[in-house]
Design a protein around this ligand. Structure first.
Ligand SMILES: Cc1cc2nc3c(=O)[nH]c(=O)nc-3n(C[C@H](O)[C@H](O)[C@H](O)COP(=O)(O)OP(=O)(O)OC[C@H]3O[C@@H](n4cnc5c(N)ncnc54)[C@H](O)[C@@H]3O)c2cc1C
Length: 147
């Protein structure tokens, strides 16, 4: 159910990164009309970069609210959050690879990693068809009437 402020309006989100796409998903779940304007020519035009670790209180919380945690679990990289610290002679000082490791969703210390590409795919697939308008570079905004 949308609140009065959002009725008969379409929300424009500039940028289809993890932030914009997650916001679009959350708004659509609440029945809000939304378009995302993304300057990339299309979804495949570039690689999305390296992994992101998601934290319980932020990224994972948002994905849970978006109903996408199960999709995340199918696409994340188990064990990629393990840390190894070495000195300048490559002597290992700290190594989580030798520890018993629990993949514990719901634990505040668990920070699972996911590649940006699969994360973007999960978010894109969760949106209504046509939500993202590709090849749109935001350059300026002008007042219109009283708005
Ligand atoms: C090296 C590095 C490592 C990081 N590691 C982590 C991590 O492990 N965990 C974590 O949670 N975060 C990490 N971050 C932070 C994370 O990348 C950002 O918080 C996240 O990408 C922000 O998402 P966003 O959608 O707000 O912006 P962005 O990811 O920057 O996406 C912005 C989108 O907007 C589009 N855009 C930009 N300008 C325009 C325009 N004028 N018109 C239309 N479209 C436009 C871009 O093409 C892009 O798709 C890291 C960042 C860096 C640089």
């Amino acid at each position: 159910m949308t609140n009065n402020l959002l009725q008969r309006k379409t929300i424009a989100i500039v940028g289809g990164g993890p932030g914009g796409l997650t916001l679009a998903r959350l708004l659509q779940q609440s029945g809000v009309r939304v378009n995302v304007y993304e300057r990339d020519v299309n979804k495949d035009v570039r690689v999305q970069g390296a992994t992101l670790d998601l934290h319980d209180e932020s990224g994972l919380k948002a994905l849970t609210k978006a109903g996408l945690l199960e999709d995340f679990k199918e696409n994340y990289r188990p064990g990629a959050d393990k840390m190894r610290i070495a000195d300048n002679k490559a002597t290992i000082l700290f190594d989580q690879h030798t520890e018993e490791w629990k993949e514990e969703f719901g634990s505040e210390h668990f920070r699972p990693e996911i590649d940006r590409g699969p994360l973007r795919t999960i978010l894109l697939q969760s949106l209504n068809p046509g939500t993202v308008i590709w090849d749109c570079n935001f350059v300026d905004m002008q007042p219109s009437g009283k708005g």
